[in-house]
Design a binder for this molecule. Sequence first.
Ligand SMILES: [Zn+2]
Ligand SMILES: [Zn+2]
Length: 147
Amino acid sequence: MVSEHTEVPDGDVGYENTADPVWAGRALDLYQQRLLQVAAFETDGVVSAQVWGRCPRCGHEIDDQLILTTPVVGNGRGLLAIVTGRGRDKVKIPPMVEAGCGCGRAHPGAPNRPDGSAEAVLGCGVSFYLPTTQPDAPGPCGLRDSS
Ligand SMILES: [Zn+2]
Ligand SMILES: [Zn+2]
């Protein structure tokens, strides 16, 4: 009925669980400008990433800690070792990570947390993909093996 899509005041966007490509595009813009940054690293076979900077949707500061892969323990290493030709349990950092808004604020309309608490979900609900490589650099050492 009423189109309330006027300028959203900073910090007051309603919660929306969205992965619309428009946000991914905006995230990439911010990423190129280094306003939104990604660092992916591997520790003991666990690939994790940190995403920090400005949320492409709500504009708040976000600081996400993401766990991308967990090590395959035991006899799961055989096939991967054959495919990659490596004998070690080398974990690859994926070229893209999925991040979400982790601004730490409850936005209007946010649902309650899935853990059953009465607290609202924090963040504006947007999720987007970001490359783990730096915009103008080949990235951290060890990322050149792209095949
Ligand atoms: Zn926010
Ligand atoms: Zn947000």
